[in-house]
Design a protein around this ligand. Structure first.
Ligand code: SF4
Length: 494
């Protein structure tokens, strides 16, 4: 009996696609609006979409314009127990609905205002339910803080890999050493310093990392996107993500006509900075009015996209991959298990080997040929890069569009109808286990955050020094991380 159970477990663990993933993908596909069910759509075929936390640490210590946080966000105390409990609850719900594996953002607020220990516990809670967490930060913290997150009390790594997305742009105010940057270029030393911490982490403790660089784009800095792309491509970031600003969050921080910056305008500037066309049409996450992205290999100064939308052979290989291997989980699995999974997957579809090898050959050719790739690899100049533009929507449309959607009403107004189409195919969801809902991040920020933060302000008030409260110490007791204050002392200066 025990042997039979063990064999059953091994069979399930090494099955190419977990049955719960299959189920979650099928539901995701069936729920997509018809306009999103295109051949290049990845949602419901190989991915369920990204996930994010909400209401777990709303506070931030910078003052950027624009800022997506609601006006009350900075009046909510950072509280590690609240954070970890709610992260665990939200992620467990996502595990139930979205299956055993997904990428999830640990997002607030500013994540480094959590004590290092609470930050680590939140990441562990996410991983415990199969989420691959990414910590979203402004990047204004020191190496000691990173070490305290990554290492346990015995100074041993508690993660083999960490993912961070750091936001750097000249619209941000209050960064140490660049309180009011006048240009994007002024931030390059800070970008480099941030990325260097993770090189040091690998050197000192063997911990891998995945780094994303985020930038908000408004009419003020859109013309700097080209140079930022050029500069950041030389730094060890794996992903470059740009977000045209939307009218969401604290309206005291809206200073420009954000509508002037379109997703196409940003993409063109990224291409100019990369020095190449960056074809994105071969794959799509959700709605093309919300997102576009492309993945490729950077070889020296060149870039080879993994898929060329104009090459029918590439498209045929993509379709085979999505039909037969979409939903396979590659990350967070012991190597021997992964090998058996891959062998079983290939054994199930041996006819896919030639087209997939063919795709690899074409990528090599686009990259300048095997010899060039090997030469550049020896110089450390070969790396995967992902480019993303994520185009959030304005609260003014999201609010009424969502209210109608909740009543099952399709809007007559063309702009609201478009908003509903985009919300319906959203690829970035946040969980509300209390009422069994997943909501698009646009809805969370535009409609729900303001209400949620008023509640949180009552639940987690910031004590003031006048009330006799001591400043909050948020470093872990080891004392390695310098003391950071997030509550009382700031409360008196607001
Ligand atoms: S969060 Fe908003 S902009 Fe992003 S995919 Fe969802 S609906 Fe589109």
């Amino acid at each position: 009996m025990r042997l039979a159970q063990t064999l059953k477990r091994i069979e399930l663990e090494t099955r190419p696609i977990h049955p719960e993933t299959r189920r979650a993908l099928a539901i995701r596909w069936s729920e997509l609006p018809e306009h999103a069910k295109t051949p290049n759509q990845l949602l419901g075929r190989c991915a369920v979409g990204c996930e994010g936390t909400h209401g777990v640490f709303p506070k931030c210590n910078l003052t950027c314009s624009p800022c997506y946080h609601s006006a009350d966000a900075n009046k909510v105390r950072i509280d590690g127990d609240h954070t970890v409990d709610n992260v665990a609850r939200q992620m467990s719900y996502l595990r139930q609905v979205r299956g055993p594996r997904a990428h999830a953002q640990l997002i607030g607020g500013e994540v480094s205002l959590l004590s290092a220990e609470d930050h680590a516990q939140a990441l562990l809670a996410m991983r415990a339910v199969g989420r691959e967490p990414m910590s979203m930060t402004h990047g204004d913290f020191e190496y000691d803080y990173l070490l305290d997150v990554v290492l346990d009390e015995d100074r041993k790594p508690r993660f083999d890999k960490v993912s961070f997305a750091a936001h750097f742009d000249s619209l941000m105010r209050g960064r140490k050493g660049a309180v009011r940057p006048h240009s994007e270029a002024e931030l390059n030393p800070f970008r480099e310093k941030f990325a260097q911490m993770f090189i040091d982490l690998k050197r000192d403790h063997g911990v891998d990392s995945y780094l994303a660089h985020n930038m908000t784009v408004t009419p003020s800095n859109v013309d700097e996107v080209e140079q930022v792309t050029r500069d950041v491509l030389e730094m060890p970031f794996d992903m470059m993500s740009f977000q045209p600003a939307a009218f969401i969050g604290d309206d005291r921080r809206w200073r420009e006509d954000f509508g002037e910056v379109t997703i196409d305008a940003v993409w063109e500037r990224i291409e100019a900075g990369a020095g190449h066309k960056l074809p994105w049409q071969a794959t799509q996450f959700g709605d093309p009015r919300c997102n576009r992205s492309t993945v490729g290999v950077r070889v020296g100064g060149g870039f080879a996209a993994l898929l060329d939308p104009d090459d029918p052979k590439d498209i045929a290989a993509r379709d085979r991959f999505l039909d037969h291997f979409g939903g396979m989980i590659f990350g967070g699995i012991p190597k021997p298990v992964l090998v058996v999974k891959v062998v079983r997957a290939i054994a199930g579809h041996p006819g896919d080997i030639p087209p997939l090898f063919g795709l690899a050959r074409r990528v090599l050719r686009r990259a300048g040929g095997l010899r060039r790739v090997l030469r550049e690899a020896r110089r450390g100049k070969v790396s995967f890069k992902t480019f993303v533009v994520h185009n959030f929507m304005d609260a003014e449309q999201v609010d009424p569009a969502w209210k109608l959607m909740e009543q099952g009403i399709v809007a007559d107004d063309p702009l609201l109808k478009e908003t509903q189409e985009r919300l319906g195919s959203c690829m970035y969801a946040m969980a509300h286990p209390e009422d069994g809902r997943l909501v698009p991040a646009c809805v969370q920020h535009s409609v729900l955050d303001p209400i949620e933060n008023i509640e949180l302000r009552r639940l987690l008030p910031i004590p003031s020094v006048r009330d006799g409260a001591e400043p909050q110490v948020v470093s872990r007791p080891s004392g390695l991380t310098g003391v950071r204050e997030t509550g009382a002392s700031r409360a008196t200066t607001r």
